[in-house]
Design a protein around this ligand. Structure first.
Ligand code: MRU
Length: 354
């Protein structure tokens, strides 16, 4: 699996996903400002990968603070946290990772700053390693819902590229294939940024998982003709009541699935659940540059000059359209997801078995 983001000898190396699939180019980020730029400009994207990058950005930022006292270090570190937090508003893993690293710094504030700087690199690496392990568990739980011969539809990219590695929704597909199941994946191209066409199709082809690329508007056609068995997507933020924010177009896909009696699964780690939000209506939705809509990949203009454009990057799928949310702790009905908030509750009685 090709690395998405890595700490390499004091720099954060990011695969520039805006250049895929035509070029595999890594950008070297030597300061937290460049990491923030990379998140904002989508060199790295996908909720877990954004969180990991932010944690590595904080490890870089800690090295940029020139002081020997914690009292001077902390307010400057908090400013760096705010800078990184201001990059993208929807994927909660960004804020989750920043909070985790802030707590880690506070817990270790009695260490020397040099020690702390080294520990922050290790902590960001731990976030990455844990994410890969988590994805594999999601994959294992999710594969139980896939039968050999299934045709799966997915939207956007929730693969290795969107995470530390392995992927959430694509992780389920990987695990199913590793279990010897034969699958085919219909990949929505995912306008306007084309994560499906550029990233998911590329990733699945690298893994030799059979796939068929379609435009977003073709999904209903293939469902109507009984050619789709199951939908699996990732998530950027899940509220307590099981509503799911994911790439724009996910809601339309879920509604189509309901109309055609197709199960609709969301695969995501617990770090994507925002237990502080009662419902999906409270999830902030990123509005991106109109140029993403008027131009194909910033190049070919496909709309008249001056046209009014809306470009919400995510939508919210209400819990009632979701068959199950598959996490590292198992698969749950969306209405039960809030039970995971308190890590001490045994989720076993609420797990959906297959
Ligand atoms: O704008 P992006 O590419 O960062 O959005 C990512 C998504 O919405 C993905 O669908 C994904 O499921 C969330 S990350 C696993």
């Amino acid at each position: 699996m090709i690395p998405t983001v890595e700490w390499k000898n004091g720099v954060v190396s990011m695969l520039d996903q805006t250049r895929l699939p035509s070029e595999v180019v890594y950008r070297e980020c030597r300061d937290y400002e460049t990491v923030a730029q990379g998140i904002k400009e989508l060199w790295v994207r996908g909720a877990p990968a954004i969180g990991i990058s932010a944690a590595m950005g904080l490890a870089l930022g800690a090295r940029q603070i020139q002081t020997t006292t914690f009292n001077e270090f902390w307010p400057r570190f908090e400013e760096i946290c705010s800078h990184l937090a201001a990059t993208r508003p929807t994927a909660v893993n960004l804020f989750w990772a920043i909070e985790r690293v802030k707590k880690f710094v506070q817990t270790n504030k009695d260490r020397s700053l040099d020690e702390l700087r080294t520990m922050l690199v290790d902590e960001s690496q731990r976030i990455l390693d844990e994410d890969i392990e988590t994805n594999k568990m999601i994959g294992e739980h999710g594969a139980a819902f896939i039968s050999s011969g299934d045709i799966i539809i997915t939207h956007c990219n929730a693969g290795s590229l969107a995470t530390g590695g392995y992927g959430t929704a694509e992780g389920v597909m990987r695990s199913a294939v590793r279990e010897g199941k034969k699958i085919r994946v219909y990949v929505d191209e995912t306008r306007p940024v084309l994560q499906g066409a550029r990233l998911t199709a590329w990733e699945l082809m690298q893994e030799k998982i059979p796939c068929t690329l379609i435009t977003d508007s073709m999904a209903g056609y293939f469902m109507y003709h009984d050619m789709i068995d199951v939908a699996i997507v990732g998530a950027d933020r899940i509220s307590r009541n099981g509503d799911v924010a994911n790439k724009i177009g996910t809601y339309s896909l879920a509604v189509l699935c309901r109309q055609h009696g197709i199960p609709f699964y969301v695969a995501a780690p617990l770090s994507t659940i925002d237990f502080s939000l009662e419902s999906g209506n409270l999830i902030p939705i990123e509005e991106r540059d109109p140029r993403e809509v008027t131009h194909i990949l910033g190049k070919l203009q496909v709309a008249p000059d001056g046209v009014h454009v809306a470009n919400p990057a995510f939508d919210v799928t209400p819990a009632r359209f979701i068959t199950a949310i598959i996490t590292e702790k198992g698969a749950f009905q969306p209405k039960d997801i809030h039970r995971l908030a308190d890590g001490s509750i045994d989720p076993e009685p609420f797990r959906i078995k297959k």
